[in-house]
Design a protein around this ligand. Structure first.
Ligand code: ACO
Length: 166
């Protein structure tokens, strides 16, 4: 049975392996460690009998943290599920867990992410299942020159923001 739980430092090699299998954007261990330690409640893994079969790596956007009127925004850095575990709802569960923590722990009002224009599976997950909309297009965002959709979703009024006020 697949269990979703908060990611720990010892999960990082499994998360990195899952990333290498599934996405062209790969990161150094230092990068994973930085985000895991910066926002330890926002990253989750899907684990099946000790094996990491999916993960979400997330952080808070703090680019404008000195602006008092700026609402807190979560940022999904990377999401991936191993091929044989897809279409079981794992990515959706990972996203919801992280979004709940963004709102509940950090008071995030919204969440954003980048996704390749050609990534129909992820686009459908975000748009049709989780209520994201396209906020912008970043031309040539990826290393190979592909454009990214910048997608956003409000966390206000969601179960996630309800958790924030409890
Ligand atoms: N085609 C169309 N719609 C899809 C697909 C697909 N291949 N996969 C998921 N969806 C949509 C469906 O609406 C699905 O609901 P349904 O199964 O009831 O029809 C819904 O999303 C939920 O799907 P999940 O089962 O939760 O998604 P899954 O666990 O299979 O993971 C993911 C989806 C993460 C996109 C997976 O295919 C994957 O790892 N792909 C490679 C890596 C990747 O593209 N990651 C996202 C990059 S963007 C970023 O990291 C911010």
């Amino acid at each position: 049975m697949v269990n979703i739980r908060v990611a720990r430092v010892e999960d990082l090699p499994g998360m990195q392996a899952c990333n290498l299998h599934n996405l062209p954007e790969n990161y150094t261990m230092k990068y994973y460690l930085f985000y895991l330690l910066s926002c330890p409640q926002l990253s989750y893994v899907a684990e099946d009998e000790g094996r990491i079969v999916g993960y979400i790596l997330a952080r808070m956007d703090d680019d404008d943290k000195d602006k008092a009127d700026k609402e807190a925004m979560g940022h999904v850095v990377s999401l991936s599920v191993m091929r044989t575990y897809r279409r079981l709802g794992l990515a959706k569960r990972l996203m919801i867990q992280s979004q709940e923590a963004m709102a509940g722990v950090h008071g995030a009002a919204s969440v954003m992410l980048h996704v390749r224009k050609s990534n129909r599976a992820a686009f459908s997950l975000y748009k049709d299942n989780l209520g994201f909309t396209v906020h912008d297009v970043e031309k040539g965002y990826y290393g190979d020159g592909e454009d990214a959709y910048v997608m956003r979703c409000s966390l206000k009024g969601s179960d996630a923001s309800a958790a924030a006020v409890v």
